[in-house]
Design a protein around this ligand. Sequence first.
Ligand SMILES: Cc1ncc(COP(=O)(O)O)c(C=O)c1O
Length: 440
Amino acid sequence: MNCNFDMVKSSVMKAHKFSPESLMMSHGYKPELSQGAVKCPIFQTSTFEYKTAEEGKAFFEIAYGLRDKGPKEELGLIYSRINNPNLEILENRLCLWDKSDGCAVFESGMSAISTVLLEFLKPGELLVYSNPVYGGTDHFIQHFLAKIGVHTLGVHPDESTETIIDLINATGKADKLALIYLETPANPTNDIVDIESYKNIANHFSTEEKQVLLAVDNTYMGPLWQHPLQFGADLVLYSATKYIGGHSDLIAGAVLGSAELITRVKTLRTFLGNMLSPNTAWLLLRSLETLKVRMDQQTKNAQLVAAFLEQHPTIEKVNYLGLLKEGTKEHSIYKKQCEAPGAMISFDIIGGEKEAFQFMNSLKLFKMAVSLGSTESLVEHPITMTHAGVDPEHRERMNITDKLIRLSIGVENANDIIWDIEQALKSIEIPNHKLQMANI
Ligand SMILES: Cc1ncc(COP(=O)(O)O)c(C=O)c1O
């Protein structure tokens, strides 16, 4: 599906490769196949007509792997649970940001995550995962995977590579380690881990017969500000509901990786039937056209908001990648693997749930809602909302407490966002003893 104008060359010019943002309006779409329409239409069809019975037979032979593709043969369009132009064009465009060979899009981030976990883990095998992870992922790992007999080991950002190797060995299931799953930066605390060092752990436990795979949920950074495949990840996952969709009007997910791994993911997707709909894929194609400008503006705004929060006397601690201190381990991981600090901020307010709720109830511009990465600024209280289902003991260990508030910064005028936060902070009554204790 690659267009010939992705790479332009004339006799006087050197080959020029367009940036992903320049290709979001064109890559993978051929107007001549759609009556010259500049924009890709919605292929709202369940099934596709074959020119001949022989052609239909050939498509199914490829789809079911009954024979290898001929040198110039492509998998033809069969049925929208297997393939559809809107999904394929979207997948091709998403590949550009992460320089990936393959992509599979799903009807939600959770369906992308659960399909990967089901495809690459069998009962009796071991999954190692970083903490914290999004509440829904945590639930799937703790409850569903445990129910089907997959062993799980949660690790934490403050543990060294050696400690993690020891912990894996201590499970007695090291030879069954099949997958390492990371969420970095983590929702909601912005904790980051070094993808390369987890790749080393995966390699340490890999054998000739079995490669331990590394999957990274890149929702908080992607697809612009971090590219896990470049640091050794085998699979990258997204809730495309977030920055990729960017307008809080759809639910979607994506997985990227090598053609071989994505073929496995797509095969399971075909049989679970959890592929994206053509209509939502079309909306995402539209979203991708403004992805870079939206994300650039959001990160600019977030840096100003984080600086404001950091100096505010009613705030105890701000978790934001742009505020990491030079000389710390986290700062060097950030410098190595992230290209911008992003637009997600969380902070501890002085006090607890009462003060957090007073602040949230006083905001005027922010919308109080879960989700993130959209054009509008959002606020939520992880312990009682997105992470309400996480085991209280685990939450404590991950610093998800009553006083933690999460902000997703949008594209509004930064002065308006900061004004809103400032007026909401003024409205809360923090008892003097709490202020004094926090400032000691
Ligand atoms: C980091 C992260 N991963 C995955 C998901 C799940 O995505 P979805 O809601 O699109 O299923 C979320 C949702 O908030 C998330 O924050």
